[in-house]
Write a protein that binds this ligand. Structure first.
Ligand SMILES: Nc1ncnc2c1ncn2[C@@H]1O[C@H](COP(=O)(O)OP(=O)(O)O)[C@@H](O)[C@H]1O
Ligand SMILES: [Mg+2]
Length: 224
């Protein structure tokens, strides 16, 4: 489903080279994969390359068998909107919109009519257990509820691949496991592929596959 081939993205920081270097990995459809590694090991850089938010200096990103990293910006933007979902540490919900309106946004951007967008957003919120919070704004939701709303927003457009950057880092310790359990269920039910960056042990323990990064290099792969 997702293949990263010899990806390099280097930053020069006062003479020091940082970034990711010659990373190759493959994630199959329906897999819940975790990029693990300490802060600064290159997890976010790799997610941004996989999510077509950044361009590699060398190597390529392949999605469903197609080389996508060097497509023109318009085509990459279209893939991001229709094929990829994003979940962030800080949830990134729009504060003035209800949970339902937040989940409707990407559907409306895809051109769906409001009625259809509302129906699909409602179903997505129901799936993550937030049907009774649909009309609450983010500041009226707990952290765990906000993150589930963000997951509903990522999932509603039925993406092939969801990229999540430290999705449990803003949550209480007790929320990490249940959040990953939800992602694992969604992966199995819908065949969505997840690539999650995290150094949270409760996240890593629930992964189908773990890719360990250190200093921008892939140093190991596990199937826990
Ligand atoms: N935009 C940037 N400019 C310069 N250096 C960066 C930039 N983004 C990341 N880096 C550097 O690349 C390395 C990997 O960073 P990052 O991918 O954010 O790691 P992680 O997400 O694992 O904490 C770090 O040394 C970081 O300082
Ligand atoms: Mg990071």
């Amino acid at each position: 489903m997702l293949e990263l081939r010899n990806l390099t993205r280097a930053y020069e920081l006062g003479g020091e080279r940082a970034g990711v270097f010659d990373v190759s990995l493959e994630v199959s459809q329906g897999c819940l994969a975790v990029l693990a590694g300490p802060s600064g090991s290159g997890k976010t850089t790799l997610l941004q390359l996989a999510g077509l938010l950044d361009l590699p200096d060398a190597g390529e990103v392949r999605l469903a068998g197609q080389a996508v990293s060097h497509l023109p910006e318009k085509a990459r933007c279209d893939l991001r909107l229709r094929r990829l979902g994003f979940v962030f540490q800080a949830f990134n919900l729009v504060p003035v919109l209800s949970a339902l309106e937040n989940v409707m946004l990407p559907l409306q951007l895809q051109g769906l009519a409001d009625d259809e967008a509302r129906r699909r957003a409602g179903a997505a919120l129901e799936r993550v257990g937030l049907a009774d919070r649909a009309h609450h704004r983010p500041d009226q939701l707990s952290g765990g509820q906000q993150q589930r709303a963000a997951i509903a927003r990522a999932l509603a457009p039925e993406p092939l691949l969801v990229l999540a950057d430290e999705p449990t880092a803003s949550l209480d310790h007790a929320h990490g496991g249940p959040l990953m359990d939800l992602l694992a269920e969604l992966a199995q039910e819908r065949g969505v592929t997840f690539l999650v960056a995290s150094h949270d042990p409760s996240v890593i323990a629930r992964a189908h596959r773990v890719f360990r990064l250190m200093d921008g290099k892939l140093i190991g792969e596990e199937r826990p």
